[in-house]
Design a protein around this ligand. Structure first.
Ligand SMILES: Nc1nc2c(ncn2[C@@H]2O[C@H](COP(=O)(O)OP(=O)(O)OP(=O)(O)O)[C@@H](O)[C@H]2O)c(=O)[nH]1
Ligand SMILES: [K+]
Ligand SMILES: [Mg+2]
Length: 352
């Protein structure tokens, strides 16, 4: 007779394998197409400023209207779909930072497979620090789910952190599997089957988190991007108060009206929070720190990054730095070029 544990386990393995196959198929979508027309995918807009934000959304949700409102760049807006056909960069100046905002063509279902300018738009999205997914508040929830699916299918993970799994392919020795937590979604057998599907027969695997098979596959495949995303519901001037209330309470969501300039300040605050930039203050010997002019860096910046920002040749003349703040155990602490800076640290650089 059939044992239920076996039936469930069999289903689990079957699904896990199926997913591994699917992920492999989807990985091919990410490979650059060989046709010359697809060359230069991603609209070739130079990265500039301290951070990059991409506006992703269906046609006519108000992306261009938003760019024109928030930056000094004008992007044509109109009531017909696909008004914007290319990537239009603008700059938001906020708290001393220059944030590059990219207006993009609208995308629709099938974008990842190349519908419209979908592939190019998604290629730009991958290079952003934060995605603003702009939604038409009058259109219901379908658009959000469809776009999430499109981005998901090309390896973009929204508001998720990298699965805490140590994975290292080896030359020999088979598969060594360990976990530091109780696993409810994966087992050693399933992990092995998935690895075999990828023709990996020797590897070290350590789960430090109760991850799903999909998350494990993400780790094996490797080219995923984990990106913060703000869902921005525009045109709230067209919906009921109850509806506004409901949308505003959704996770990672902000409601606005470009038409009536409503809640844009709050959106900027949220965007700043999602960008999570690191502000560093400099200090000269014997003087107080200059809190009026921060150096703005991405997360994970080192003392060397700070040096480069101050002067191109500073790193080569660098002797040591004194740092006050949360990145050090003592304040001040003497550190080298590789020391990792944290938000609101103060630094004094001593030259040779
Ligand atoms: N009622 C209302 N209409 C808005 C609002 N924001 C934008 N619109 C209108 O929505 C239409 C589309 O705006 P666009 O800025 O062109 O939209 P888009 O997302 O850039 O569109 P595509 O470039 O075609 O993808 C225009 O007619 C805008 O005037 C808003 O807050 N409320
Ligand atoms: K439009
Ligand atoms: Mg537009």
């Amino acid at each position: 007779h059939l044992c239920w544990v076996c039936v469930i386990a069999a289903t689990e393995y079957h699904l896990g394998l199926l997913k591994a196959k699917l992920a492999k198929y989807r990985a091919q979508l990410l490979e650059p197409s060989k046709s010359p027309a697809a060359k230069g995918e991603g609209f070739d807009v130079m990265k500039s400023g301290d951070a990059r934000v991409a506006l992703i959304g269906f046609p006519s949700v108000g992306k261009s209207t938003f760019l024109s409102l928030m930056t000094s760049t004008a992007s044509e807006a109109a009531s017909y779909e696909f008004t914007t056909l290319t990537c239009i960069p603008g700059v938001i100046e906020y708290k001393g930072a220059n944030i590059q905002l990219l207006d993009l063509p609208g995308i629709i279902e099938g974008a990842a497979q190349g519908k419209g300018r979908g592939r190019q738009v998604i290629a730009v999205a991958r290079t952003a620090d934060v995605v603003i997914m702009m939604l038409d508040a009058t259109k219901g929830e379908v658009q959000r789910a469809l776009l999430e699916k499109e981005l998901e299918s090309v390896g973009i993970r929204l508001n998720k952190s990298k699965p805490n799994i140590y994975f290292k392919p080896k030359k020999g020795g088979g598969i060594s599997f360990n976990s530091t937590v109780t696993l409810t979604q994966c087992s050693e057998k399933l992990v092995q089957l998935i690895l075999h599907e990828y023709k990996i027969f020797n590897a070290e695997v350590l789960f430090r988190e109760d991850c799903s098979p999909d998350e494990f596959i993400d780790v094996i495949v490797g080219n995923r991007v984990y990106m913060p995303c703000l869902y921005v519901y525009n045109k709230i001037d067209q919906i009921s108060m109850e509806e506004v209330d409901r949308l505003a309470r959704r996770p990672h969501s902000v409601v606005i009206s470009c038409g009536m300039k409503l809640n844009l300040d709050y959106l900027l605050e949220k965007l700043w929070e999602y960008l999570a930039l690191t502000c560093i203050y400099t200090k000269k010997r014997g003087q107080r720190p200059d809190f009026t002019d921060a150096i703005i860096l991405r997360k994970g910046a080192s003392v060397e990054h700070v040096c480069h920002r101050i002067h191109r040749s500073l790193a080569s003349q660098f002797k040591y730095a004194l740092v006050w703040g949360t990145s050090t155990k003592y304040s001040p602490q003497r550190v080298g070029l590789t020391h990792m800076m944290e938000h609101e640290d103060v630094i004094q650089i001593v030259k040779k």
